[in-house]
Ligand binder design. Structure first.
Ligand SMILES: Nc1nc2c(c(=O)[nH]1)N[C@H]1C(S)=C(S)[C@@H](COP(=O)(O)O)O[C@H]1N2
Ligand SMILES: [Mo]
Length: 439
């Protein structure tokens, strides 16, 4: 295979040469560290060169590879996105990556562990100093604000807020639903700093006939078509006015990560993550339910009535998802652990959250749900932060166990064992289970 036959970026050929000579040294040069199982690197602009470099070889049949395709040799490669660590990458065009449950063990999710859900291609070379946000539509005073304006004109607040993708848990649907096969990790609770969405709307002056917001970001459509938006969602004006929503410019005390919406994004916690527009450029107030891409049809919608798995539901029978349901995650121990040398006790811990509500109680079971053990549950740091739970669990004898976690919200709604199936695979809040073997 002649190396010059491949339409690769500048400098790529010598990468291959580097890998030919000594892959370990090559990795160090490219990724800045010695490779291990969790090979880290960058995905930004991952073309053939990056892929080839990561595999350590040329790809003779590369022309047959669909765009956005991830070679199976890299399929279990974690952390391919710069600044992210240990995420499971589903695609690179658009980038979609979730965090394994045991890596969400921090009380506040570090930026490196915050999942990424992109519908299009993020803007490149964003400049926070020249970035502007326009608020228009049915407002008394349309405004265009810089990030400096936001900081000087409005109170800056910091909150821990949960963002969860509406499709988190889709991977467990049977029959399967199309889309990213998220397991548990399309959720995070980072610290966000910004101004209240409500304060900005108030300053613009909301006209009486406004019922819905529309959010526009700077990412481009996968087709490359100029002006075509990959996603533009909105929320009822009442939800937009919730004082916990932020227009955020900082994540965990630093500028936003490029993949999480730098330099400016919405954080509308408690509702599907898709309401939290990244790379935010425009907020448009409307007198109708917003009809942007992924607002209509079946996107982020579920049937208005319960359906049997596999049912074909007419388009008109879907309704927009609002609050996410109560859910929890065991972040320690990691599923599949073995307790040896007479160990029979584990300090189980994790987090729980409940859409627009709070979590009232948290229970664990090690006998497949026959009996339940109350876990210690903390109050949230603020509304819409996840709540931490823990409990010491003793296993009565050797053998295979599953620890099940079940959260109950303040309205007495509990996580189900079985999946409430819907055609697009949203809202799966079935209980998290981890396997523990005592030998
Ligand atoms: N501009 C823009 N905003 C977006 C998206 C997107 O593709 N483009 N994806 C949405 C979806 S579906 C989710 S779940 C969240 C994910 O946020 P994160 O990538 O920071 O985890 O961002 C939302 N905001
Ligand atoms: Mo999402």
């Amino acid at each position: 295979m002649p190396k010059d036959d491949t339409p690769i970026e500048d400098g790529a050929v010598h990468l291959y040469d580097l890998y030919d000579k000594d892959p370990d040294v090559a990795d160090k040069v490219i990724f800045g560290r010695t490779p291990n199982k969790d090979r880290r690197g960058f995905l930004k602009g991952a073309g053939l060169a990056t892929m080839g470099a990561m595999i350590g070889s040329t790809i003779p049949f590369h022309r047959n590879m669909p765009s956005g395709f991830i070679p199976v040799a890299l399929a279990d490669s974690h952390g391919m996105i710069e600044g992210k660590d240990g995420l499971t990458v589903f695609n690179d065009r658009p980038v979609n990556a979730e965090t394994p449950a045991h890596l969400l063990d921090d009380r506040i999710t570090p930026t490196s562990r915050h999942f990424v859900r992109n519908n299009g291609i993020p803007p490149e070379d964003v400049d926070p100093d020249t970035w502007t946000l326009t608020v228009d539509g049915l407002v008394n005073d349309p405004m265009t604000l810089s990030i400096a304006d936001l900081k000087s004109k409005f109170e800056v607040v910091t909150k821990q807020l949960v963002i969860e993708c509406g499709g988190n848990g889709r991977g467990f649907f049977d029959p399967p639903a199309k889309g990213n096969q998220w397991t548990y990790g399309a959720v995070a609770c980072s610290t966000w700093t910004g101004v209240r969405y409500a304060d900005v709307l108030k300053a613009a002056g909301i006209k009486e006939d406004v019922i819905y917001t529309a959010h526009v970001g700077a990412d481009s459509h996968l087709s490359g078509e100029e002006g075509k938006l990959p996603i533009s969602r909105g929320v009822p004006i009442e939800k937009a006015m919730n004082p916990n929503n932020l227009i955020a410019f900082e994540m965990n005390g630093a500028p936003l990560h490029a993949m999480n919406g730098a330099p400016l994004r919405l954080v509308v916690p408690g509702w599907p993550g898709s309401c939290s527009q990244k790379w935010l450029k425009r907020i448009w107030l409307r007198d109708q339910v917003h009809d942007g891409p992924k607002m209509t049809g079946k996107a982020y919608r579920v049937p208005a009535y319960p359906v049997a798995p596999g049912t074909k539901v007419p388009k008109g029978d879907f309704e927009i998802i609002n609050a996410m349901p109560v859910k929890s995650l065991i972040t320690f121990p990691e599923t599949g652990i073995t307790l040896a040398d007479g160990q029979d006790v584990v300090q189980v811990r994790g987090h729980a959250w409940a859409g627009d509500d709070a979590v009232a109680s948290m229970d664990l079971s090690i006998d497949f749900g026959v009996t339940w053990i109350k876990a210690n549950l903390e109050e949230p740091a603020n509304s819409y932060a996840w709540q931490h739970f823990n409990q010491t669990i003793k296993f009565p004898q050797k053998g295979y166990y599953e620890v099940w976690a079940r959260a109950t919200d303040t309205k007495n709604r509990m996580q189900p064992f079985a999946i409430a199936w819907n055609p697009k695979g949203y809202l799966n809040n079935s209980m998290h289970r981890v396997a523990v073997t005592v030998v």
